[in-house]
Design a protein around this ligand. Structure first.
Ligand code: PMP
Length: 425
């Protein structure tokens, strides 16, 4: 039934039934979790051989480096070679560093504030104010970095092709305080959008009032396909260089959702000047990365084909979960006129859009019924969704039966919140 065209009597009857269903859900006393995009145990098992690598005999890199010792600030060359293709960064400008790309992003913003970047007139912290463009809905932890470090956030709407580029170009051309933009260019968190080639070109080419404007290109889902298409996005570093803006992009990525989150390898790719800048600051901070872990990853993944094969095995575990989300949402919410959702071709998330003003209510109803969701508003700067209509679903972690149960419960909450809203109750 399309609830938006239903009569009041029909809505009241529906509400009564939904209230009963909801009471039954609460009575079950379940505890289910759709909050964070964590790999499931079955996915972690795919990388189990890592736990016994490199083994007692293997401790030299291809060039004879003893990985057990200090040194090699750029990371193991053979691992950088493997990820050069997936991250679209020439290996000599791709650094393999610690275990978290978020950490690298944080450091980059912090160092820019403290010390300035190539092209900066002064450290960012010496500016009157500094702002980043934040495509929304976006990744809450990017916004957390800005909030923590005092960087203002300017939301920019996401479209099916990436950020609204008319708006982005308009803003960056006028305001020298706008120093950066957060981008998750492939299978974006949480919308699943991959940036169109023209979006990437415009980001790389656009005039900016700030001479030290940076694109924080967080390619966290570069190889995380859910279909056979396995598309490649446009090459931001090459495009920026072609348009005379070589120093504009900082590319980030990691093996967090390839091998073990927290025990993987994080990468940073950029122009020669940015790489020198990064190494200069890093060399004061560390004497070198964990090359033992990098060797372990090299031996396990072998080459770019090895990464692709491994990611296909992830897909076998993940795709049925995304199919289940699509099936349950279609069965329970299709045709109701009060919900729409994304059908991602990769990445970790589905974005569910409910009527304006209903997301917070839906999330709290779900919490009371034992289903934990990411707080409504989280994918927006300062946690404020101006329409209060976005809910992020992360289906990777629960088992299929748990996921099914959680989604069924969630749809009851969406419908109940929607009907209450339509009735004005
Ligand atoms: N970027 C995005 C867009 C993510 O979704 C995540 C993980 N949820 C990260 C970065 C975190 O990456 P890492 O584990 O390398 O810090």
């Amino acid at each position: 039934m399309n609830l938006t065209t239903a009569t009041e009597a029909e809505l009241l009857a529906r509400r009564d039934r939904l209230r009963e269903q909801y009471a039954a859900l609460k009575g079950r006393g379940r505890s289910l979790d759709l909050t964070r995009g964590k790999p499931s145990a079955a996915q972690l098992d795919l990388s189990a051989p890592l736990l016994s690598l490199p083994g007692p005999e293997a401790y030299t890199g291809a060039d004879g480096t003893d990985v057990r010792n200090y040194g090699g600030a750029m990371g193991l060359p053979e691992l950088r070679e493997i990820f050069s293709g997936p991250f679209q960064v020439p290996a000599d400008r791709l650094l393999a560093l610690g275990g978290s790309s978020l950490e690298l992003m944080y450091d980059c913003v912090a160092h820019a504030l403290l010390l300035g970047l190539p092209g900066s007139v002064r450290p960012w912290a010496a500016e009157q104010s500094v702002a980043f463009l934040c495509p929304v809905p976006g990744y809450d932890r990017h916004f957390g970095i800005c909030e923590q470090l005092g960087v203002d956030m300017i939301p920019v709407p996401m479209t099916a092709d990436g950020p609204d580029m008319d708006r982005v170009e308009h803003l960056v051309a006028r305001d020298p305080q706008i120093k950066g933009i957060w981008c998750v260019p492939k299978y974006s968190n949480p919308t699943g959008v991959s940036y169109a080639p023209e979006t990437v070109r415009r980001l790389a080419a656009m005039p900016t009032a700030a001479p030290d404007f940076r694109i924080f290109w967080d390619n966290a889902y570069a190889v995380h396909h859910l279909t056979d298409a396995e598309p490649q996005i446009a090459d931001v570093l090459a495009l920026a260089a072609a348009h005379g803006n070589e120093d504009r992009p900082f590319v980030f990525g990691s093996t967090s959702k390839i091998t073990f989150p927290g025990a993987g390898v994080a990468f940073l790719g950029a122009s020669p000047a940015n790489v020198r800048w990064t190494l200069r600051h890093l060399s004061r901070r560390t004497i070198g990365p964990d090359k033992v872990n990098q060797l372990r990853h090299t031996l396990f993944l072998r080459d770019a084909d090895g990464v692709r094969d491994h990611m296909r095995r992830h897909r076998e575990v993940l795709a049925p979960r995304f199919d289940l989300v699509e099936r349950v949402l279609t069965e329970r919410l299709g045709g109701t006129g009060i919900a729409s959702w994304t059908r991602p071709e990769g990445g970790y998330f589905v974005t569910l859009t409910v009527p304006d003003g209903c997301a917070t209510l839906t999330v709290s109803l779900a919490a009371e019924a034992g289903v934990a969701l990411t707080p409504a508003g989280a994918p927006y700067p300062y946690g404020r969704d101006p329409h209060d209509h976005t809910i992020r679903i992360a289906p990777s972690y629960p088992s299929l039966p748990e996921l099914s149960e959680a989604l069924e419960a969630l749809t009851v909450c969406v419908l109940l919140a929607g009907v209450e809203r339509l009735l004005g109750t």
